[in-house]
Design a protein around this ligand. Structure first.
Ligand SMILES: [Ca+2]
Ligand SMILES: [Ca+2]
Length: 234
C-alpha cells in the first residue's frame, strides 16, 4: 500500500498529478488503434515535468528519491485502470454493434448496390470502429432451419452405437458443405424465417507493459459478441 505522508510537502502530489495529466492528455483513444508506445508517452510526460519544475526546488533529497520510486508505480497503476476501462467499454460497444447488425440482418435489408454481407459488416464496423480498428473486426454468421437445430451437430446413423459419428457412418449434410460438421449452421445470413447466429470478434491489445506480462499473448485478448435472431419472413 502506497501512502503519501501528510506532513510532507504536497509538491510531490501536485507533481504526480501533473505528470498523469500530461501523459493522459497525450495518450488518446486513437493511440490504441496505432499501438502507441506507452513507455514513450509516460517517459516524455515525466521528463517534461522534471524540466519545468521537477525537483529543482526540493531540498529534501530522500523525499525526492522516494517519490521517484513511487511515481512510476502509481502512473502504471493509473494506466492499467484506464486501459481496463477502455477494454470494458470496447466490449460493450462490440456487443451493441453485434445486436444492431443482427437486427439489421434479420430484415434482409441490403444497401443500394451492395450485398447483405457487406451491409451487415459495414454496420458492425461503423459502430464499433469508433473505439477499435475496423479492419481487425471479424464478423461471421451461421444460419439454421430453426432454434431447435441451433449449434447442433449434423444428424448421423450411429451404426456402432458409441454416440459419436465415426468415419464411414452416414450423415445428413445439412449445411451442404460436403463434410460432416459438429455445428450444422450454414455460412451466411439464411433465408426467410431462418435462425441466424452472428458472432463478432476483435483482438484487443493492452499497451501497459506489466499488464501485457500478466495477460500474455502479447497483451492481446479476444473480445467476442454473439446475437441470435430469426429472420423476418421476407
Ligand atoms: Ca458411431
Ligand atoms: Ca456439413
Amino acid at each position: 500500500m502506497i501512502v503519501f505522508r501528510e506532513q510532507r510537502n504536497s509538491k510531490q502530489k501536485r507533481g504526480l498529478h501533473k505528470i498523469l495529466i500530461i501523459a493522459l492528455e497525450s495518450y488518446e483513444v486513437s493511440d490504441f488503434k496505432r499501438s502507441a508506445n506507452i513507455d514513450r508517452v509516460i517517459g516524455e510526460a515525466v521528463m517534461g515535468w522534471l524540466k519545468t519544475e521537477g525537483f529543482r526546488a526540493s531540498e529534501e533529497g530522500a523525499t525526492a528519491v522516494e517519490f521517484a520510486i513511487i511515481a512510476p508505480v502509481l502512473i502504471f497503476v493509473t494506466f492499467a485502470i484506464v486501459e481496463s476501462g477502455l477494454a470494458f467499454g470496447a466490449d460493450i460497444v462490440l456487443k451493441e454493434a453485434t445486436y444492431d447488425a443482427a437486427r439489421l440482418g434479420r430484415t434482409g435489408f441490403v444497401t443500394e448496390e451492395s450485398t447483405q454481407d457487406a451491409t451487415v459488416k459495414e454496420r458492425v464496423k461503423s459502430m464499433a470502429g469508433v473505439i477499435m480498428d475496423a479492419d481487425k473486426i471479424v464478423v461471421t454468421s451461421l444460419s439454421y432451419k430453426s432454434f431447435d437445430t441451433l449449434k447442433k451437430p449434423e444428424p448421423f446413423i450411429d451404426k456402432n452405437g458409441n454416440d459419436i459419428r465415426d468415419d464411414g457412418e452416414n450423415y445428413t449434410d445439412v449445411n451442404g458443405n460436403g463434410k460432416y460438421d459438429l455445428d450444422q449452421g450454414a455460412s451466411g445470413y439464411g433465408g426467410t424465417a431462418q435462425v441466424v447466429r452472428y458472432t463478432v470478434t476483435y483482438p484487443w491489445t493492452f499497451h501497459t507493459p506489466f499488464l501485457r506480462e500478466i495477460i500474455g499473448n502479447d497483451g492481446t485478448i479476444e473480445l467476442s459478441a454473439t446475437a441470435v435472431v430469426q429472420n423476418e419472413p421476407y
